[in-house]
Design a protein around this ligand. Sequence first.
Ligand code: SOE
Length: 384
Amino acid sequence: MNKVKTAILGAGFIGQAHIEAIRRLGFVEIAAVAQDDPRKAAEAAAALHIPRATDNYMELLADPDIQVIHNCTPNHLHHEINRQVLLHGKHLLSEKPLTLTSDEAKELYLLAQERKLVTGINFNYRQFPMVQHLKGMVRDGDLGDIRIVRGHYLQDWLLYDTDYNWRIEPAYGGQTRAIGDIGSHLFDLAQYVTGLRIREVLADKAILVPRRFKPIGSVQTFQSGQTAELEPVEVTTEDYCSVLVKFENGASGVFTVSQVSAGYKNALELNVDGAKASGSWEQEESFKLRVGYRDQPSQTVLRDPSLLKKEALPFLHYPGGHEEGWTESLKNMMHHFYAGVMSEGKAISDSVASFKDGYQLMLIIDAMIRSAETGTWQSVEQLR
Ligand code: SOE
């Protein structure tokens, strides 16, 4: 069988995670990698055993053998590159957030609809088996009517004023940082698991490290301990946000995101409180789901095929106790996205976030920014 040929644009932290996950599928060949300068592209290709390197991604879009593009570039490049990929008729898996603004997201959503290509956004937390089990519990009414949805996404990799990354600068990361970078995952997950849309928001955000020291030269995500020369930079993007939300069924929600909470590495937690029971999932202990009851002992359900809803089974690959985690969420993402590619879009799982989902999330983020700026509740524009 001929392998599907794919190209990776951007080989930083997340590009490398895509590459590893794609290779686990077996039927996809990574034919090329692009980076913004030729030396970095050649180094990435050599280190990652990819036959072709370029600093001009348009070359790859013009190559008829390449069917799929992974856009793993920094946020400010998502819109234009994604647009070009679709115009050149390639299937596309984009990193999040889909774009920097909701207008850009709308354009891509409409273009993707028109071109009928397979598109997805790497909201990979949907791909964990215990998330799928929790979603199944909500759908089957095991928790009762959903009343409260609570969660946080906390990290500490930007705790110190010497921590720096392109995400801090609005020109690269966008006007919003903690909200767009990690809040987008949390709000996506809350809506995906509950099947409920966020309709209104009241947000409070803060820049807690207003001046940072930027190393001269680039820094990888999660890298710290600078030794390079530093220059001071005034920070204009938020480190933290807390938001109250109202869901479409009247349920209330409360979420906190922070990149400056010491000891929290990639602490995404979602709690769903229903009229009969509650469900709680933590990414850092992703093999467990806590199910809480009032009149009987609460349970910890473990990631074991014999204990999970049947819809969660395609998301796990080994018996209980043989742990699978963040890297397997990427593997699952590739599995589901490429099932879409192989079936020309007929068999794409709802676990792959669509461009419509990405656009709706940008509208939620817009409402949060308006709310934080005005100190008032704001409605979220809803897509039909
Ligand atoms: C950095 O905050 C980051 O790499 C995000 O950009 C990812 O989306 C998240 O999954 C992990 O943290």
